[in-house]
Design a protein around this ligand. Structure first.
Ligand code: PEP
Ligand code: MN
Length: 292
């Protein structure tokens, strides 16, 4: 580890890279996150209707996504905004998953909902606003599902890895880290995608790291460029918002891609994906970029 980091990460021994473990792979059915393939997870910000979800699931599966995203419980900035369909939304996610074969990642906001969400989700998402909800993290220790942990929007990487360590200490080592943009002085984008964070995390931790270009950008025309940046810096996956009619979306429409845009993005990403795949196959040690 770089001496400049002053050992700040090595105290998180369960998630920090060690001689014994340079990378860990999170398995969901036959999908490996942190393996040779970059895994794309896509779907709407929020589950709204059966038709919206099924159409989106089919479109993203056809374009190459491996995992379906969609929020049934939505942590919203405004108390007046759509809060999600709750259990109804979870049931629709199951239906879409059965129709397409895509496993599901969905957010859990409260300890009390864990059991129910785990019944329907293949991966439990902890949102940016919950990264420091230690009681939620501890309770997720025994949920029996991998956790996609999003970086808090004002969290340092030390704080981010501390949360991962809490989860692992609570008994759940199956963690995927997600860089989703942090709050900076910049206003042209919703958040600032911290590309360096991916490089640092890959260097100091053995956990898989994915990038969410949608919440980082806040506007859809920037999403493909940030997705490319994520792959180039070594992300193990992407989390992308897609909606059949973004202008009608109940949440995050401005940053959601249409089906056509998502297809276009996936096609454009192919050369980057195959370079990654080939590199990872030939030099698996490079997946854990930057052994020191
Ligand atoms: C989401 O993925 O829809 C979401 C709410 O993300 P974040 O927690 O990163 O804002
Ligand atoms: Mn969203």
């Amino acid at each position: 580890m770089h001496p400049e980091w002053n050992g700040q990460f090595s105290s998180f021994h369960l998630v920090a890279k060690t001689d014994h473990c340079s990378r860990s792979i999170v398995r969901v059915h036959d999908i490996e996150i942190g393996g040779d393939e970059v895994v794309v997870m896509a779907g709407p910000c929020a589950v709204e209707t059966e038709r919206q979800l099924l159409e989106t699931a089919e479109a993203v599966a056809k374009a190459g996504a491996r995992i379906l995203r969609g929020g049934a419980y939505k942590p919203r900035t405004s108390p007046y905004a759509f809060q999600g369909l709750g259990v109804e939304g979870l049931k629709l996610l199951r239906k879409a998953s059965q129709a397409t074969g895509l496993p599901v990642v969905t957010e859990v906001m409260n300890d009390a909902d864990i059991e129910q969400v785990a019944e329907y989700a293949d991966i439990m998402q902890v949102g940016t606003r919950s990264m420091e909800n230690y009681s939620l993290l501890e309770a997720l220790g025994e949920c029996g599902r991998p956790v996609l942990l999003k970086r808090g929007m004002v969290a340092t990487l030390e704080e981010f890895l501390r949360s991962a360590q809490i989860l692992a200490l609570a008994g759940n080592p199956h963690i995927i880290l997600c860089e989703r943009g942090i709050r900076t002085f910049e206003t042209a984008t919703r958040n600032t995608l911290d590309v360096s964070a991916v490089a640092v995390l890959k260097m100091v931790s053995h956990l898989p790291v994915i990038v969410d270009p949608s919440h980082a950008a806040g506007i859809r025309c920037l999403v493909p460029a940030l997705a490319r940046a994520g792959i180039a810096v070594g992300a193990d996956g992407l989390l992308v918002e897609v909606h059949p009619a973004p202008e009608m979306a109940l949440s995050d429409g401005a940053q959601s891609l249409t089906f056509r845009e998502f297809r276009g993005m996936m096609e454009e990403l192919q050369p980057y994906l195959s370079i990654q795949r080939e590199g990872r196959r030939l030099h698996p040690e490079l997946v854990a970029r930057g052994a020191d």
